[in-house]
Design a protein around this ligand. Structure first.
Ligand code: IDP
Ligand code: MG
Length: 139
């Protein structure tokens, strides 16, 4: 069964959208195989966002992601990686379609890094790598 890593970012936790995000995952028909709330430290975030190192939003992204607690979720189901990306919507919340998490619940706040409520793995390789970072003891 396919698995993906979902993160509810600090903006989502601050705005009390944890239940809303989990409800959307479950309502779509995926299962929750693991949940963990944590304060992500820099070394963990450097590993998670290695592909973005050097980009202009990299430092603001790490700062934002360590600005408060996050919720890490393993969601499970056939084609869940693609399916959750579809539920999340486009990276830019201004352009994310209404009906998606980002389209319904986020907007551009004019910050250096776009605050868009959730992260979702983008491939089987990323999902495996990211789940191991956030659930090192397995789930
Ligand atoms: P994704 O989260 O939709 O997969 P990525 O390209 O992997 O998007 O970028 C990771 C995160 O970095 C995004 O979710 C967003 O918070 C931030 N980000 C990406 N591109 C930009 C940008 O061009 N400006 C500001 N922030 C960005
Ligand atoms: Mg990404």
């Amino acid at each position: 069964m396919e698995r993906t890593l979902v993160l509810i970012k600090p903006d989502g936790v601050r705005r009390a959208l944890v239940g809303e995000v989990i409800a959307r995952i479950e309502s779509k028909g995926y299962s929750i195989a693991g949940v963990r709330m944590l304060n992500a430290d820099r070394s963990l975030l450097e590993r998670h966002y290695a592909e973005h190192q050097g980009k202009p939003f990299y430092e603001p992204l790490l700062e934002f992601m360590s600005s408060g607690p996050i919720v890490a979720i393993i969601a499970e189901g056939n084609r869940v990686i693609e399916g959750f990306r579809s539920l999340a919507g486009a990276t830019d919340p201004t352009l994310a379609a209404p009906g998606t998490i980002r389209g319904d619940l986020a907007r551009d706040q004019g910050t250096k890094v776009v605050q868009n409520i959730v992260h979702g793995s983008d491939s089987v390789e990323s999902a495996t790598r990211e789940i191991a970072i956030f659930f090192p003891e397995g789930m």
